[in-house]
Design a protein around this ligand. Structure first.
Ligand SMILES: N[C@H](CCC[C@H](N)C(=O)O)C(=O)O
Length: 262
């Protein structure tokens, strides 16, 4: 089968996106997804996203990690699929779509995609960490010199410890900078590597920074670019959380799935 795809990136978190409103793509074939995301044998991406139809919404976002398995919410992927939906002419000013973690609203303004994330209510605080779900599970550790962290090694220690080994977790290392800003580096489960940016991770990191006294909006520097997180916070509830940043189409192509040898 010939599959038309688009390649997008949002602050260096990159995705293969397919317009699958005809529902031709076999979502159960995780080896195929894994191959398409492979950087040497396939197209190369941190994840693959299908745009499908959904009743009551402009579209449905179906997200797979690079390992081929359907993942939880992806914030940067969410921004990229919003840019893609606008490119397809599915919406003009603002959109409402459904993802695995529930409904999302978004709009594009001055070239930046503003994506509303789900509310966050439960935040676990440990001796030297925070843990929360911003659509995906995120462990957050504040560090002094982020450049010195071996993100893959330290991230894997946490991701594969007794608590997280089975389900996995994403692990964020966060350094506070001046002016209400933080630097974030993320080890992503499902990619099992450091990525250049992780939207749900950056969102969780900003909320953790707020727990430590930083106020909304919080500017975030990821390896692949800058993002901003804004939110309303009352007692334990974080709502109106917006993840804002660029999302760009890089190229498009056609791939023959017959080339995949399984
Ligand atoms: N890159 C993502 C997160 C993908 C989710 C994931 N790696 C998982 O929790 O399985 C983001 O921008 O939010």
């Amino acid at each position: 089968m010939l599959v038309n795809f688009y390649k997008y990136q949002g602050t260096g978190n990159d995705f293969v996106i397919i317009d699958d409103r005809e529902e031709q793509f076999d979502i159960a074939n995780y080896q195929l997804v894994n191959w398409l995301c492979h950087r040497r044998f396939g197209i190369g991406a941190d994840g693959l996203i299908l745009l499908r139809n959904a009743e009551g919404y402009d579209f449905r976002m179906v997200y797979f990690n690079a390992d081929g398995h359907e993942g939880s919410m992806c914030g940067n992927g969410g921004r990229c699929i919003v840019a893609f939906a606008k490119f397809l002419g599915i919406f003009d000013k603002q959109t409402s779509f459904i993802a695995v973690d529930g409904p999302h609203q978004a709009f594009v303004k001055e070239g930046l995609v503003h994506l509303k994330m789900g509310n966050v209510e439960e935040i676990e605080t440990g001796k030297d960490f925070f843990f929360m779900d911003t659509g995906s599970p995120h462990y957050i550790q504040f560090v002094k010199n982020i450049e010195d962290i071996d993100v893959v090694k330290e991230g894997q220690k946490i991701r594969y410890n007794d608590r997280f080994a089975a389900e996995g977790t994403n692990v964020n290392f966060v350094q506070k900078s001046d002016n209400n800003s933080i630097k974030v580096r993320t080890y992503e489960r499902g990619v099992e590597d450091e990525t250049l940016s992780c939207g749900t991770g950056v969102t969780a990191s900003a909320i953790a920074a707020n727990q430590q006294g930083m106020q909304s909006p919080i500017d975030v520097e990821a390896l692949g670019g800058n993002l901003q997180i804004a939110f309303q916070q009352t007692n334990h509830l974080y709502q109106d959380i917006y993840l804002t940043g660029p999302a760009q189409q890089v190229f498009k192509g056609t791939i023959d799935t017959q080339l995949f040898k399984g």
